[in-house]
Design a protein around this ligand. Structure first.
Ligand code: CA
Length: 268
């Protein structure tokens, strides 16, 4: 079992991983328990990630600003500044909004998980967690980030594939630049999870999409019986794109079935 997982998680992630360590995707682990921190570091480095560590929330926030990691593994219970507060503060800063965040929560903190998603975490893993599952989640988020446009450092690289812009109800979603522009031409910042969800909706207009489908498509995993990840993220998306989030016209709920993306979509 362990072996098959190890095989499945090869090769190591990221562009040019073997050639230049500086190009490895960076994961910041914010965790106050030294043994867990060491375990996470060892396993993430084995998978080809560059790992930066913080032992409390304050240090975590500082390192997020300074190192701009690709992904943050953020413990919920932290000294000085809780994980949720770190997440809330980083999401307020425009250049930190698109960094992927996975919250590590304890089993008894069901309501907290939802609060974590509400303040902008992309995913969560419950402690005590299965290390393989955590690595799979990190990898799934990482794969999505690799679809993002090349960084400035790679400006000399060949031009990226043709851009695709999805337009609906006055909005335009640039799936290459991962930007959303409102009918008033204002840029609306989306977290990684919100972007994935909205682009999945916009690629399937006029069809009822189940929570299972959405979770699998946007996160690469199956839902548990009480998984409210998608509902929470739909709520967040509605607050960003609906004129009246309480009476949504773009993403409608279909009772017992899932969600329907109502507007017509034109892609260019
Ligand atoms: Ca802790």
């Amino acid at each position: 079992m362990l072996h098959s997982m190890a095989d499945r998680t090869r090769p190591t992630p990221g562009r040019d991983t073997d050639r230049d360590p500086a190009n490895r995707p960076t994961v910041l682990v914010v965790e106050d328990e030294p043994a867990l921190l060491a375990l996470l570091r060892y396993n993430l480095e084995s998978e080809g990630y560059r790992v930066v560590e913080a032992k409390n929330g304050e240090e975590g926030l500082t390192l997020i600003r300074e190192t701009k990691p690709d992904l943050v593994l953020l413990d919920w219970m932290l000294p000085f500044l809780s994980g949720i507060e770190v997440c809330r503060q980083m999401r307020r800063l425009p250049d930190l909004k698109s960094i992927a965040v996975i919250m590590l929560t304890a089993k008894s903190e069901e309501a907290d998980k939802l609060r974590g998603l509400e303040v902008g975490a992309d995913d969560y893993v419950t402690k005590p967690f299965d290390l393989r599952e955590l690595l799979a989640r990190v990898k799934a988020l990482q794969r999505r980030l690799e679809l993002a446009p090349p960084a400035a450092a790679q400006a000399d690289a060949p031009a990226p594939a043709a851009r695709t812009t999805l337009r609906f109800a006055g909005w335009s979603l640039d799936t290459a630049a991962r930007t959303l522009t409102s009918p008033e031409r204002r840029e609306v910042v989306l977290t990684t999870g919100e972007f994935e969800l909205l682009s999945t909706f916009a690629r399937h207009p006029g069809r009822v999409l189940s929570r299972d489908f959405l979770l699998e498509t946007t996160r690469g995993r199956e839902s548990g019986p009480f998984d409210r990840t998608i509902d929470v993220q739909v709520g967040r998306l509605r607050r960003k794109i609906e004129a009246d989030p309480e009476n949504p016209q773009i993403i409608k709920s279909v009772r017992g079935a899932g969600y329907l993306f109502v507007p017509q979509v034109v892609s260019s």
